[in-house]
Design a protein around this ligand. Structure first.
Ligand code: CMP
Length: 139
């Protein structure tokens, strides 16, 4: 099924200038960049995006980190894009991520793990809508 997912290149990765290296991995797997922008979130905007985690112990640190520098938000479209992008990223904790995955290659810690990806069609819908309007998605 052709679907869209929301990918984020996190502040640890934009800082190291590896946006292109990360996105190449998506494009190599036939995921198309159909919308993209770079922005610097406020802590409040980061909290809104991650509101599903608001009761977690790591929420405050996570929102500090996600607002410490620029991020790049990307809509990836393609066959099974949600699963495919999550497989490309690897496990949340870079130490547990399979060799060759983005987080294994580039992640610095469970928090500074370089990338985010939607985990379901419902979260993709919320997450894409958080950053983009329908007119921004150019197939
Ligand atoms: P992400 O896929 O963006 O979703 C929530 C983020 O919280 C996750 O990646 C991690 O970067 C971050 N995080 C920090 N600590 C933890 C933790 N203990 N368990 C899960 N996620 C964590």
């Amino acid at each position: 099924m052709i679907q869209a997912t929301l990918a984020i290149i996190k502040p640890d990765a934009t800082k190291r200038n590896i946006v292109g290296q990360i996105l190449r991995r998506a494009e190599d797997q036939d995921l198309a960049v159909v919308a993209i922008k770079r922005l610097h979130l406020t802590k409040k905007q980061a909290a809104g995006f991650y509101s599903v985690h608001r009761n977690k112990s790591f929420f405050d640190d996570l929102t500090d980190f996600m607002s410490e520098g620029p991020i790049v938000v990307v809509v990836l479209r393609g066959e099974g894009s949600i699963r495919k992008w999550r497989d490309l990223m690897g496990a949340t904790d870079p130490v547990k991520a399979s060799p060759g995955t983005i987080r294994a290659l580039f992640g610095e810690s469970i928090e500074r793990n370089s990338t985010h990806g939607s985990d379901s069609p419902e979260s993709a819908c919320f997450e894409i809508g958080y950053f983009f309007s329908g007119l921004d998605l150019v197939k």
